[in-house]
Each structure stands twice: as C-alpha cells, then as structure tokens.
Design a binder for this molecule. Structure first.
Ligand code: KG4
Ligand code: ZN
Length: 353
C-alpha cells in the first residue's frame, strides 16, 4: 500500500509517500519520497511565525510539493494532518487532501499531528537501516514539540492514555522563548542548542545548575517550563552586555534545565509503567543533548536493576521536526478512512482525541 501524506500544521508544507505491506507492520515502514518546503526563513525576519504569513506560504507551496512527492506514482490512500496547529495552515492541507480524495476516488485518513510525531519511530531510517527495530507495545511516548509536551502510555495502536505533560509552556516553546531573550534568531531551539554545544565542548565536566527544574521531585509526570523565562530574564538583565561566551554559557544552562527535567520524569515513568519501549518524538527530539542523556540514562538505570528492560527509540533527526512521512506512518498503522466530507481541520485537537 502506498499512502500520500500531507502535513501543513504550521510553517512547513510537507508531502511524502510511504510504502508498506502487511509484513512491514512487523518490520517498519519505508519512505518512497519526502518533500518539505519551509517558510522558516521568512519567519526569522519577524522573529516568529505570523499565522497569516504561514498560511499564505502554505497556499503557494502545497501543489508543487505534492507534485514533487508524487512524481508518476500511483497511490492507494491519502493521509492528512487535521490538527492541532494553526487553522489557516491546517485548512490548506485538509482542503487539498479532501479535493484529491474526491477527484481520485481514494480513501482519506485524518491524522492527529501529535500522534503522527510518535510514528516517526516506526519508519526505517535511511542512514541506519540494519540497526532499526520496531517499537514494541506497551510503550511510553514523550512528545516534545513547539506547542506541546505530552507523555502518553500506548497499549497498542490507537490506544493512547495521557500520563502527564506541561502545565504551562511546551519544552520547544521554552527553548524558543529563552533563545529570544538571549538575542538568538528564530527558530530558537536549534540555534540555542548550537550555542550550548560550543560551551559544552569547552567545559565537558562542568555542572550546569544555574536554572531551576520545577516539579522535578514531584511524583506526577508533569512539567512546568514558564518559570525558566523569568529566571533567564533575571540573569540576562544582571549581565547587561552579553558577550558570545555568556550567550553560549546561558544556552548550555537553559538546555540542561530543560533536558534534565524531561529525562528525570521520563525515567520515573519508565520505572512505574515498566513498558517494553520508550519513544521520544517531536521537534525537540532533534536536540543532541536530550538524545545523548536519554541514551546514557536509560541503559544505566536498567543496569542498576531499578528499571526493567525498556528499549529507547529515537527517530532519525530529520524525521523529528515536522514532516509528512510520519503522518503517512500513523495512517498506515491506524488505517481508518473517512468519507472526505467528514474530514475537518481542528486546531485544538489534543493527543488523546
Ligand atoms: O514538532 P515541531 O517541528 O513543530 C511543532 O509541532 O511544534 O517542533 C518544533 C520545536 C520548536 O520549538 C523548535 O525550537 C524545537 O522544536 N527544536 C529544537 C531543536 N530542533 C527543533 N529544540 C531544541 N534543540 C533542537 N535541536
Ligand atoms: Zn510537530
């Protein structure tokens, strides 16, 4: 089965074709084509996404991006992100997908963007095909994106239970907002992470504990990141003229506060739920430090005998941030076509909807 997937929830216009058969349900999915047009450069000029601008760019890109992903291939179904996201952006993808479904008489599968992120872990990475193993259920998935931080328990495909999440800002939002306070350009997360890397290179064993990790010792699986902005503002105003080195140091401190909070609660959840797999997903999963610390801590805690054998899965970096391949993967494993007339954009969708 070949699925054409379309993703337009924010500032990326993406289309992909994924291919899978019944037997691939056990081994993972292959990407046939994968196209992304991003309007991030335009948003860098305004320091963030202006929804009207993002939607206008979606309209310009959607047809060329789909055409390029399709080439001369025949497809069996269409998958599309219906939410959450920016309404103007979502509508471009949803209405295009509905039109194609009607014209081509192909089934259409609506996909929740947050659930989609999780399915990046079910795609065979191009760079490291032979080491790939499909996640096993039951699993825990931590979705860390620009607008959401959700920890969920999945008994199986389509069976998602909310375990915890952020009480205020999302992890990606914390990266983006504090990056802006340091004067770093949009998109904040990857730029702050680059600055942090430079500091870590020079100070490999330095303890980074300048900023608070709220709720870290609480028993729940929730986070709070909004206080980080206040703490960073306080430090930044104390140091009026930040030089390059200060920026690198603050970046490393911010990154460590976010990463440690995410990792500690993840380990607690693994300890409690004892799932077979733990999946990292969402744009923040591209963060090198978060990937490294999780990789280091999950086997360590397993060796200590405290945590049962939980295998960590992290998608290839280019599948972490928004793209259409994981939307196709989510549709493949949760194949529930709807009549095109019933498919609607819903910007408020939550991960369990
Ligand atoms: O999933 P995503 O691409 O879009 C949303 O659905 O929101 O996530 C984007 C978020 C942004 O907040 C961005 O700053 C963050 O992911 N991000 C990163 C990195 N790459 C992307 N944050 C930290 N380090 C990175 N390398
Ligand atoms: Zn996303």
């Amino acid at each position: 089965m070949k699925i054409l997937a379309i993703e337009t929830s924010c500032d990326e216009t993406a289309a992909a074709i994924i291919s899978g058969s019944q037997k691939d349900k056990k081994s993972g999915l292959k990407i046939v084509s994968h196209i992304i047009a991003s309007s991030a450069d335009m948003h860098a000029k305004t320091g963030g996404v202006i929804p009207e601008n993002a939607a206008r760019e979606q309209i310009k890109s959607i047809i060329p991006v789909i055409k390029e992903a399709l080439g001369s291939q025949e497809i069996d179904a269409i998958a599309v992100t219906v939410g959450p996201g920016l309404i103007g952006s979502l509508l471009v993808g949803v209405e295009t997908a509905k039109t194609l479904s009607y014209l081509w008489k192909k089934p259409i599968i609506p996909v929740n963007h947050l659930v989609g992120h999780i399915y990046a872990n079910f795609i065979i990475p191009k760079e490291n095909e032979k080491d790939f193993v499909l996640p096993e259920f039951p699993l825990l998935a931590l979705v860390v994106s620009g607008g959401h931080t959700d920890l969920v328990y999945m008994e199986n495909h389509g069976k998602i239970k909310y375990i915890g999440g952020t009480r205020d800002d999302a992890a990606g939002e914390a990266f983006d907002k504090t990056a802006r306070l340091l004067g770093l350009p949009y998109p904040g997360g990857p730029n702050l992470s680059k600055q942090a890397e430079k500091f870590i290179e020079r100070n490999k064993f330095k303890k980074l504990n300048l900023f608070p990790r709220p709720m870290i010792d609480e028993k729940n699986f929730d986070w709070s990141f909004s206080g980080l902005k206040t703490a960073v503002t306080r430090e930044v105003t104390k140091n009026k003229n930040l030089n390059e080195e200060d920026i690198q140091k603050f970046s490393a401190e911010i990154q460590e506060a976010i990463v440690e909070s995410l990792v500690e609660k993840s380990l607690k959840a693994i300890e409690k739920f004892k799932t077979k797999s733990f999946l990292l997903a969402g744009g923040v999963a591209a963060n090198k430090r978060l990937r490294e610390v999780l990789q280091a801590r999950i086997p360590t805690s397993r060796d200590s005998g405290k945590v049962p054998r939980t295998k960590l899965h992290i998608p290839e970096i280019n599948l972490c941030t928004d793209n259409a391949a994981y939307i196709g993967a989510a549709a493949f494993y949760n194949y529930k076509p709807l009549n095109w007339e019933k498919v609607n954009a819903n910007p408020q969708l939550t991960i369990t909807d």
